[in-house]
Design a protein around this ligand. Structure first.
Ligand code: AMP
Ligand code: MG
Length: 493
C-alpha cells in the first residue's frame, strides 16, 4: 500500500537525527484518511484495509523501506533561544516521490517519547490532531502553502493535559521538515559543515533553480536566503488575506520550504481586529495578527545568521549581504500583501492610492467589528449598489458607507468590464467558508466526548469547497453566536 520510500534525511550523517521507532499504541482506529492525497502520493489503495492502515498510521507497524527517525532542531520560542528542541513526539518515516515527481516527507505526530521529549509524553490529544487535520486541509484548499494531513488515528489510550483526553496520531505530509530551527541547531554548535549540508539539501529540494549559480562563492547561499524570504513573504501575505493567525511563529515552526507548519493554537479571526491574539500562551501578543509579517522577518534574520559563514569569508561582508537581503523582505512583503488585497477587492490594475483604499476598508471593518471573511465575501454583492447583507455585518457602518463609493470609482477605472466578471473574480479569492473556531471546537467535542465523528466529517466536506456556496450549510459560513465565541485557544500539545 505504501509507495516506495526514497530515504534522504536518514542518509545524512548521524548528528542530524536520532533513529527512533514509533512506540506502539494499544488500540489504533483509523478516524480520517485523505484518499486524494494518498493517491497523489502514490499509495496503492486497491484492497484498502482500514485496520491495516490503522496499524501503519499509528506507528504500530513500520512500512517496508522506512527508517523512522526524530530530527534534531533548535529554535527561538517567543524570542528565547533553546539550542535543543528536536522532534519530541514526531517521527519521520522517510520521503516518497509523489505523482508530480516531488519529494514528500511522511511523518507521524504523537508517535511516542523520543530522546528529544524533554520530559513530555510524546503523545498528542485527539483535539489538536483533528484541528490540524481540518485547518491544514482547509488552508490547502484556500491556496495557502501548507503541510497536509494524510490520516488521523485514535490510539485507544488517554493522554493527560488539563483533563484526560483520547490520544491520537496524525500523519503529516510536508515538502520537508527543514525549519529555521534546524539550521540554528548546527549554527549554535559552530558546525558550519552541517549548515552547508542542510543548505544544499534545501536548495536541491526546494530551490533547484539555484543549482545553476556558482557554488562556493556565497552567491548560491545568498540566493537561498532570498528565496526563503520570498516564500515567507508570499505565505504570510496569504495568511493576512484570510485573517489567519498562526499563533506560535517560533523559528522552529518556520519552514524553509515556505509552508505553513505546526498548527497549534492557530485560528481565523472573526470580527476584524489587527491586534488579535488567540493563543493562551502568547501573553505579550508577540504573535498577534498584525505582527506576523514582521515576526517572519525576524525569523528570517535568525536564518540569515546561521548562513553567515557560507555567504562570505569576510564576516563584515557576510553581515552586509545578509542585512541587505533581510531589508529587501519589507518591500517584497508589502507587494505581496497589496497583490492579495487588490485581488480581494476585485482589482487587477495597480494604482498609487490602492494601499490607502485597502486600509480605509480595514479601518471601517475594525470600527464596525465586522466579520473579516464575510465582509470580503459580501463585498461582491455591493459592486453596484449597497447590499443589506454586507451592512448587516457592521455594528457601525458609517465608515463602510463612505468607503463604498470610493471603491466603486476605483473599480470603474479598471476599464469596461462586466460586473458579473468582477463578482466571479472576487468570489474566487474571498472564501465563504473558513474553519471557524466554534465549529472546529464542536467537531472536536463531539469526537472526543461522544466518539461522534459526524460533525468532523461534515466540516471536512464543507471546507473542501471553501469558495462555493453549499445550500443547507449556511450555518458553517456564519460567525460564532455570542455564547460560543472562541477568544482563547490552547496549545494543548
Ligand atoms: P510545538 O509547540 O508543537 O511546535 O513543539 C515545540 C517543541 O516541543 C518541539 O520540540 C516538540 O517536539 C516538543 N513537544 C511538543 N509537545 C510535545 C509532547 N507532547 N511530547 C514531547 N515533546 C513535545
Ligand atoms: Mg513545532
Amino acid at each position: 500500500m505504501f509507495p516506495e520510500f526514497t530515504l534522504h534525511y536518514a542518509r545524512l550523517p548521524e548528528r542530524f537525527y536520532l533513529r527512533f521507532d514509533p512506540v506502539p499504541v494499544s488500540e489504533p482506529r483509523l478516524m480520517a484518511f485523505n484518499r486524494p492525497l494518498a493517491e497523489a502520493l502514490g499509495f496503492d489503495l486497491d484492497g484498502f484495509d482500514e485496520s491495516r492502515a490503522a496499524q501503519w498510521f499509528s506507528g504500530n507497524s513500520v512500512p517496508e523501506g522506512a527508517e523512522p527517525l526524530a530530527q534534531a532542531y533548535a529554535g527561538h520560542q517567543f524570542g528565547h533561544f533553546n539550542p535543543r528542541l528536536g522532534d519530541g513526539r514526531a517521527v519521520l518515516l522517510g520521503e516518497v516521490v509523489d505523482r508530480e515527481g516531488r519529494l514528500r516527507d511522511i511523518q507521524l505526530k504523537g508517535a511516542g517519547m523520543t530522546p528529544f521529549s524533554r520530559g513530555a509524553d510524546g503523545r498528542a490529544p485527539l483535539g489538536p490532531v483533528l484541528r490540524e487535520y481540518l485547518v491544514s486541509e482547509a488552508m490547502h484548499r484556500l491556496g495557502v502553502p501548507t503541510t497536509r494531513a494524510l490520516a488521523a488515528v485514535t490510539s485507544g489510550e488517554r493522554v493527560f493535559r488539563r483533563v484526560p483526553e483520547p490520544g491520537a496520531v496524525l500523519t503529516r505530509v510536508a515538502a520537508s521538515h527543514l525549519r529555521v530551527g534546524t539550521f540554528q541547531y548546527f549554527a549554535a554548535r559552530d558546525d558550519v559543515e552541517a549548515v552547508r549540508t542542510l543548505a544544499d539539501m534545501a536548495i536541491e529540494r526546494h530551490y533547484p533553480g539555484l543549482l545553476t549559480t556558482e557554488p562556493g562563492a556565497g552567491e548560491r547561499y545568498l540566493g537561498l536566503l532570498e528565496a526563503v524570504a520570498a516564500r515567507q513573504a508570499a505565505l504570510v501575505a496569504k495568511w493576512m488575506g484570510l485573517g489567519f493567525i498562526h499563533g506560535v511563529m517560533n523559528t522552529d515552526n518556520c519552514s524553509i520550504a515556505g509552508e505553513t507548519i505546526d498548527y497549534g493554537p492557530c485560528a481565523f479571526m472573526e470580527d476584524y481586529s489587527p491586534t488579535m491574539v488567540f493563543s493562551s500562551i502568547d501573553e505579550q501578543g508577540r504573535y498577534a495578527y498584525r505582527n506576523q509579517p514582521w515576526i517572519a522577518q525576524w525569523n528570517l534574520a535568525r536564518f540569515a545568521e546561521t548562513l553567515l559563514p557560507l555567504l562570505d569569508d569576510e564576516q563584515e561582508s557576510a553581515v552586509a549581504k545578509a542585512t541587505e537581503a533581510i531589508k529587501r523582505y519589507e518591500p517584497r512583503y508589502e507587494a505581496e500583501w497589496l497583490a492579495v488585497m487588490r485581488a480581494k477587492l476585485g482589482l487587477q490594475r495597480e494604482e498609487k492610492g490602492d494601499r490607502e483604499l485597502v486600509e480605509a476598508l480595514l479601518e471601517a471593518m475594525q470600527a464596525g467589528r465586522a466579520d473579516f471573511t464575510l465582509t470580503f465575501r459580501r463585498l461582491s454583492e455591493a459592486v453596484e449598489e449597497d447590499a443589506p447583507a454586507l451592512f448587516d455585518l457592521f455594528e457601525a457602518s458609517d465608515g463602510l458607507a463612505a468607503w463604498l463609493p470610493r471603491w466603486r470609482q476605483r473599480l470603474e477605472r479598471e476599464g469596461t468590464e462586466a460586473i458579473g466578471e468582477i463578482v466571479v473574480r472576487m468570489n474566487a479569492v474571498n472564501p465563504l467558508y473558513i474553519p471557524r473556531n466554534h465549529q472546529v471546537e464542536r467537531a472536536i467535542a463531539a469526537a472526543a466526548e461522544h466518539d461522534d465523528f459526524g460533525p468532523f466529517e461534515t466540516l471536512r466536506e464543507v471546507l473542501a469547497e471553501p469558495l462555493v456556496e453549499q445550500p443547507g450549510r449556511e450555518e458553517h459560513s456564519r460567525p460564532a453566536p455570542p455564547t460560543e465565541r472562541v477568544l482563547r485557544t490552547f496549545c494543548g500539545t
